[in-house]
Design a protein around this ligand. Sequence first.
Ligand code: FAD
Length: 106
Amino acid sequence: PPDAEALGRGTWTLLHSIAATYPDVPSKSQQSDLFSFVKLFSRLYPCWVCAEDFQTYLGKEVPRVQSRDEFGIWLCGAHNEVNAKLGKPQFDCSRWQERWRTGWKD
Ligand code: FAD
C-alpha cells in the first residue's frame, strides 16, 4: 500500500523507541501494559494487510516483555520478518540497542 512506507517508518520508530525506554526490570503491570499494547496495536494498525500478517506473527512468536533486551530482540525479529517479506536486508538484532538506544559507536 502507498502510505505503508511513511506509516511504517514512523511506526517502527515509535515501537523501537518504546523498547529502548522500557525498563530492564519491568513490574508485572508494566509487562502486562506492554503485552496489551502490542496486541491492541496489531488490531488497530491502519494498514490492514500489514496488521493481518502481524497478528499471524504474534500467534507464532509470543511477545517477550520480561525485560528491555528481551522485548527489543523480539521486536527486532518481528521487524526482520517484515523486512524478509518486502525483500529488505535483515538487521543484526544483537545491535538493536546501538541503533535505537545508545547510538552507534563508529
Ligand atoms: P523500515 O523498515 O521502516 O525501518 C526503519 C529503520 O529501522 C531502518 O532504517 C533501520 O535503521 C531500522 N531497522 C530495520 N530493520 C530493523 C530491525 N529488524 N530491528 C531494528 N531496527 C531495524 N509494508 C508493506 O509494504 N507491507 C507490509 O505487510 C508491512 N507490514 C508492516 C507491519 C508493521 C507492524 C509495521 C510497523 C510496518 C509494516 N510495513 C509493511 C512497513 C515496512 O515495514 C517499512 O516500514 C516501510 O517499507 C519503509 O521501510 P524503510 O526501508 O524505510 O525502513
